[in-house]
Design a protein around this ligand. Structure first.
Ligand SMILES: [Mg+2]
Length: 280
């Protein structure tokens, strides 16, 4: 992490001294876990599960995962018990730790178009990997040779793009695919979480993909202290405040978070000294 980014993280963690419990909002794939072509094998980077479990045990942080996956896929992969709160399908599928689930309904016209698209893409997936979500049709081309991927993208866009004129449908781009979907995005999920919480508190969101940019923007526009974090092996143009490389800098960040929460009840002038764990 650059010295400038380290300073921003330290300033953010200093805000934990206030009364409100901080929010730690996390994307899953590419952020907490490396990508796997078999998505059911995408386990967290070594040490990440334990660090999140420690933060949770402290009882001072509200943790939620905001992912493009269906919400119920996260608990078995993350392996933290009891399960964390998850906002799946980019925020449409809200799964509470007690198992309650709320699904944002799609407008009827959007549902109808998505149903027709499903039938079509199940028959012919255009050479890509079609993913059928409750609120969306998704085409993936991760791992496919570039020339073939370009063809899949062209065909998919020709099919998806005219449908964004249907009320309630929108196109969501990500790094190796595109999704035609209904419902809130990750920025909407961040706003919904904070509205529900109803008070100003430090909020961080960590994500890797283009779909995380709306959540970065939502965090950046908060009145309360916010930190938007791009987790990625190489930098790219982003709205995020800081960039960290997984997995080492991610583990350092989570350790620093834990330390900052511990210090909330200790002597304030020890805070900065202890947070120096982020630089090691
Ligand atoms: Mg991701």
């Amino acid at each position: 992490m650059s010295p400038e980014d380290t300073k921003k993280v330290r300033r953010f963690l200093d805000a934990f001294a206030g009364d409100a419990d901080p929010f730690l909002l996390l994307d899953y794939d590419g952020t907490l876990a490396p990508f796997r072509l078999d998505r059911y094998q995408a386990r967290p980077w070594s040490g990440v599960r334990e660090l999140l479990a420690d933060i949770r045990r402290q009882g001072r942080t509200r943790i939620a995962v905001i992912t493009g996956r269906p919400a119920n896929e996260i608990a078995p992969l993350l392996g933290i018990g009891p399960p964390l709160e998850v906002w799946g399908l980019h925020g449409v599928d809200h799964l509470y730790p007690d198992g309650r689930r709320e699904l944002e309904p799609a407008p009827p016209a959007a549902r109808e178009k998505l149903d027709a698209l499903r039938v079509l893409l199940k028959r012919d997936s255009l050479g890509g990997r079609f993913e059928d979500k409750e609120n969306a049709a998704v085409m993936h081309w991760r791992g496919i040779a570039p020339h073939k991927a370009r063809l899949i993208e062209q065909k998919t866009r020709a099919l998806f793009e005219p449908l964004v004129s249907i009320p309630g449908l929108a196109l969501l781009e990500f790094e190796a695919g595109v999704e035609l979907r209904a419902g809130r995005d990750k920025g909407g999920a961040v706003e919904a979480i904070l509205k529900e919480a109803g008070r100003a508190a430090p909020v961080a969101f960590l994500g890797d993909d283009l779909t995380d940019e709306s959540a970065f923007c939502a965090v950046n526009s908060l009145g309360s202290p916010g930190l938007s974090v791009l987790v990625r092996h190489s930098p790219r143009e982003t709205q995020a405040n800081v960039w960290l490389r997984p997995p080492d800098e991610l583990r350092q960040f989570l350790k620093a978070w834990f330390a900052a929460c511990e210090l909330r009840t200790e002597i304030p002038n020890q805070r900065t000294q202890n947070i120096e764990v982020i630089q090691k």
